[in-house]
Design a protein around this ligand. Structure first.
Ligand SMILES: [Zn+2]
Length: 103
């Protein structure tokens, strides 16, 4: 199962329901989708969560974007080639695995 399509936006529940101080996160691409997250009490956390799909997309664009005169499709962090995959300690590779639920 892939994640709910982005972009995601914050719905400040306190605006319509003063008894609620929390935020929710919803997809702007899929209005029929359920909440991405329903009760987030720290607004800074809500901003970070709402930015996640775009951050993932950006990291995926960067993943194999480095090149040298001789080689292309290199990881900008561990400098491995796409065909070899990331080094075990590559922060970018490991972060993308975490975001994709592969670690
Ligand atoms: Zn890497």
């Amino acid at each position: 199962m892939s994640h709910t399509p982005g972009p995601w936006e914050i719905y400040d529940r306190g605006k319509d329901e003063p008894e609620h101080q929390e935020c929710s996160i919803e997809s702007t691409a899929d209005k029929k989708a359920d909440w991405v997250a329903q009760s987030i009490y720290n607004k800074s956390d809500a901003h970070l969560i709402a930015a996640a799909p775009e951050m993932l997309e950006m990291l995926e664009e960067l993943e194999w974007s480095a090149r040298t005169i001789e080689q292309r499709n290199l990881c900008p962090m561990c400098r491995e080639r796409y065909s070899a995959g990331h080094k075990a300690n590559c922060r970018l590779g490991n972060l993308l695995k975490k975001a994709r639920g592969e670690s």
